[in-house]
Design a binder for this molecule. Structure first.
Ligand SMILES: CC(C)(COP(=O)(O)OP(=O)(O)OC[C@H]1O[C@@H](n2cnc3c(N)ncnc32)[C@H](O)[C@@H]1OP(=O)(O)O)[C@@H](O)C(=O)NCCC(=O)NCCS
Length: 169
């Protein structure tokens, strides 16, 4: 299986994958809206010439006390085709995606999801780094990973996803 950056010719397959994996169009529409909004990363997992997984990152900001130059991305959405789930494709995509983000100079990544799944990548509750979520979610579900050690040391506040997310639900 190959994990690589999305190409323009992948867009239709990625859209269909998100619709199938989530059973609705919301996430596919979100990805389409976010593309080109600046500082996004989009990765695909390819097996036998078929796109079986997709992983997306977009810029978030911190409303509070934080250096303006801090580069933080939000991981969302991540999806694997139903027949390919539970084969570690999601795990491998996320590991590689985080590595590429680090290489690109991203200092931290936030995610809203299941702690059991995301803790394996080193994500911890964002509250432990004095960061909160703009959405009303359980504390342990909103997590952060520092890609650059100490990057969040002088940072606190509420993490804001791009406005496109408010149209997602
Ligand atoms: C979540 C998802 C991307 C995981 O991909 P995957 O390739 O199946 O994941 P892996 O095989 O690497 O890891 C499987 C692990 O994910 C966990 N998992 C799978 N789906 C999960 C979910 N919806 N919530 C929480 N954990 C989940 C399983 O418990 C499993 O843990 P284990 O390794 O301890 O058994 C995939 O199940 C999916 O596309 N789900 C539908 C879309 C979705 O809900 N995306 C996440 C929200 S953005």
């Amino acid at each position: 299986m190959d994990i690589r950056t999305e190409k323009p010719e992948d867009l239709e397959a990625v859209r269909n994958l998100n619709i199938v994996a989530f059973g609705r169009e919301n996430e596919a529409n979100l990805v389409d809206r976010l593309r080109g909004s600046g500082s996004t990363f989009s990765f695909v997992a390819v097996q036998s010439d078929r796109i079986v997984g997709h992983l997306f990152f977009s810029l978030v900001t911190v409303e509070g006390k934080c250096s303006k130059n801090l580069s933080i991305l939000g991981l969302a959405p991540v999806a694997v085709l139903p027949n390919y789930q539970r084969q570690a494709i999601g795990t491998r995509m996320i590991r590689q995606g985080l590595k590429e983000c680090g290489r690109a100079g991203v200092q931290a990544v936030v995610v809203l999801g299941h702690p059991d799944f995301y803790s394996r990548f080193g994500f911890i509750p964002a509250s432990r780094k004095s960061l909160g979520c703009e959405y009303d979610v359980p504390d342990e579900a909103f997590m952060v990973l520092e890609l650059e050690s100490g990057a969040l040391q002088d940072c606190s506040g509420t993490v804001k996803y791009r406005s496109e997310f408010s149209l997602c639900e």
